[in-house]
Write a new protein. Structure first.
Length: 444
C-alpha cells in the first residue's frame, strides 16, 4: 500500500461513508464528516503532499519523527480510524484497505507479502480482538501470510501501570497462544487466525542506549519490576524461549509453527546481531554486519537469511549507495530484497518492483543476480512447503544443484554450484583447523 492508495481510499470513504460514526471525540460519537469538518477539510482538498506520510530527509536518524509519519495529515485520530484494527469501527476501514492490497497481489500473480500486525503485550485480550478482526473480515489471501510484530515497549507500559513486570508482558503475548493450541475449540478465532501466521518480529529504535548489561545477576522476567526497558538480547531470548516451547507443542498436535525474524542490525550496538545469530532464523536489515567481519562470516556460514530494504535504510539510517547489499550478495550471504513500510518509502502500486528495479540500475545487477535474490526471498519466507515447491521446484530443500530447478528459478546451475562449493570449502577448512590437522599451503 502506498500513499496514493491510502489517499484514494480515504477520499472514497469520506464521500460514501461520511455519515458513519467512526470514533468518539469529547465524549460524543462522531461521524467521518464531522472529523474532517474539525480539520477544516473536504475530500477535494486532500492531496498526497497534505497526507504527509512519506519519509523524507527529516526522518534520517530520527526514529521519533519517523513514527509520527504514521499519522495521516499529522492527526493521530485519522491513524486510529483508518490504520488500526481495534477502534470504534472494529477495524473495518483497515480491513477494506488491506483487501484492496490483497486483490492487487493476487492480480499481479508473482508477488507475495508478509504483512505485519502488532501485538503489544498490554493485556491478554489483544489476541482475541485481533483474531476476531481477522476472521470476521476474512483477512486471508493465497498471496499473504501474517507476521506478528512485538514492539519493545515494556518501559512505556510499566510507566502507565499497564503491566507490573516483564513476565506479565510475556504472558500477555504468549499465554493466549498456548491456550488456543491446547484448547482450540475454546478459542476458535485465535486458532483459525494462527493458521495464517508464520512468525514473530521484534521492533523498536535500536539506537536507543541500553543502560542495563546482561550478567548472571540479571533478574528473571517475573523479577523485572524496574521501569527501565530490558536490553535487546533479553527481549529476544525470552521471545525465542516461548516460541520454541509453543512450536514443540503445536508440532506435537500437528499444527503450523512459527519463526523468530526480528528487525536487527539497522542501528545500535553490534551485539544485537550476535544475539540474533544465536536465536533467530532470519533477520531484517543487518546493516551493521558490514562493520563486523567476524559476525558477517558467521552469518554466511550458517546461511541466516537477511531481508534487506535499501530504500527504507536510505530514509532512516544509511544512504543508498553505502548499502552493503551488493557486497553481502557477492560474498554469498543469504540476502534478499524486501519492502519495509511501503506507505513510507515507496511511490508505486508495486513497491517490491521499485526495490528490484532501483537495485538493478544502481548496482548493475545481472538477470542471474536478480533471480538469485528472488530465489533467496522464497527460501527465507514463511510460506508453507507447497507454495515454495510451486515457485522453486519439488526438491528445493536439497542442497546445491540438486535443489535448483532452473525452469522455476531461472538461476543457472553453475551459480548454485559455485555458492555450494564455496560454502563447503569454508566449512571444511574450519573443521580441519578444529581437528588440528596441518594443511598444505602453497605460496606463489
Amino acid at each position: 500500500m502506498n500513499q496514493k492508495h491510502l489517499l484514494r481510499f480515504m477520499k472514497k470513504k469520506v464521500k460514501t461513508c461520511g455519515k458513519e460514526e467512526v470514533c468518539e471525540m469529547d465524549g460524543k460519537k462522531t461521524t467521518l464528516d464531522q472529523v474532517f469538518e474539525r480539520l477544516n477539510l473536504t475530500p477535494y482538498d486532500l492531496s498526497v503532499d497534505m497526507l504527509d506520510v512519506h519519509a523524507d530527509r527529516n526522518t534520517f536518524h530520527r526514529f521519533d519523527k519517523f513514527n509520527l509519519k504514521y499519522n495521516p495529515l499529522g492527526q493521530s485520530k485519522l491513524r486510529e480510524i483508518f490504520l488500526k484494527t481495534d477502534n470504534f469501527t472494529n477495524g473495518s476501514y483497515l480491513a477494506g484497505l488491506l483487501k484492496e492490497v490483497f486483490a492487487d497481489l493476487e492480480e499481479s500473480k508473482y508477488q507475495m507479502a508478509e504483512p505485519r500486525v502488532s501485538i503489544y503485550g498490554r493485556n491478554r485480550t489483544e489476541w482475541q480482538k485481533l483474531s476476531k478482526w481477522a476472521v470476521t473480515n476474512e483477512m486471508s489471501s493465497s498471496n499473504a501470510r501474517w507476521l506478528i510484530l512485538v514492539p519493545r515497549l515494556y518501559d512505556v507500559f510499566k510507566s502507565k501501570n499497564l503491566v507490573g513486570n516483564f513476565q506479565e508482558m510475556l504472558e500477555n503475548v504468549f499465554a493466549p497462544l498456548f491456550e488456543a493450541t491446547i484448547h482450540p475449540e475454546e478459542h476458535p478465532d485465535i486458532h483459525r487466525f494462527l493458521t495464517q501466521v508464520i512468525g514473530f518480529d521484534s521492533v523498536d529504535d535500536e539506537s536507543k542506549p541500553e543502560t542495563i548489561t546482561l550478567t548472571t545477576d540479571t533478574p528473571n522476567p517475573a523479577e523485572w519490576t524496574m521501569s527501565a526497558n530490558p536490553p535487546y538480547a533479553y527481549y529476544l531470548f525470552y521471545m525465542y524461549a516461548n516460541i520454541t516451547a509453543l512450536n514443540n507443542l503445536r508440532r506435537h498436535r500437528g499444527m503450523n509453527t512459527f519463526t523468530l525474524r526480528p528487525h536487527c542490525g539497522e542501528a545500535g550496538p553490534v551485539h544485537h546481531l550476535a544475539a540474533a545469530f544465536i536465536l533467530s532464523e532470519n533477520i531484517s536489515h543487518g546493516l551493521l554486519l558490514r562493520k563486523v567481519p567476524a559476525l558477517q562470516y558467521l552469518y554466511y556460514l550458517a546461511q541466516i537469511g537477511i531481508a534487506m530494504s535499501p530504500l527504507s535504510n536510505n530514509s532512516l539510517f544509511l544512504d543508498y549507495h553505502k548499502s552493503p547489499l551488493p557486497e553481502f550478495r557477492a560474498r554469498g550471504l543469504l540476502v534478499s530484497l524486501s519492502t519495509d513500510d511501503p506507505l513510507m518509502f515507496h511511490f508505486t502500486r508495486e513497491p517490491l518492483m521499485e526495490e528490484y528495479s532501483i537495485a538493478a540500475q544502481v548496482w548493475k545487477l545481472s538477470s542471474t543476480d536478480m533471480c538469485e535474490l528472488a530465489r533467496n526471498s522464497v527460501l527465507m519466507s514463511g510460506f508453507e512447503d507447497s507454495v515454495k515447491q510451486h515457485w522453486l521446484g519439488k526438491y528445493y530443500k536439497e542442497e546445491g544443484v540438486n535443489g535448483n530447478n532452473i525452469s522455476c528459478t531461472n538461476v543457472p546451475d553453475i551459480r548454485v554450484a559455485f555458492r555450494q562449493e564455496t560454502l563447503i570449502a569454508e566449512l571444511d577448512m574450519l573443521c580441519t583447523a578444529c581437528q588440528g590437522k596441518p594443511q598444505d599451503v602453497t605460496i606463489d
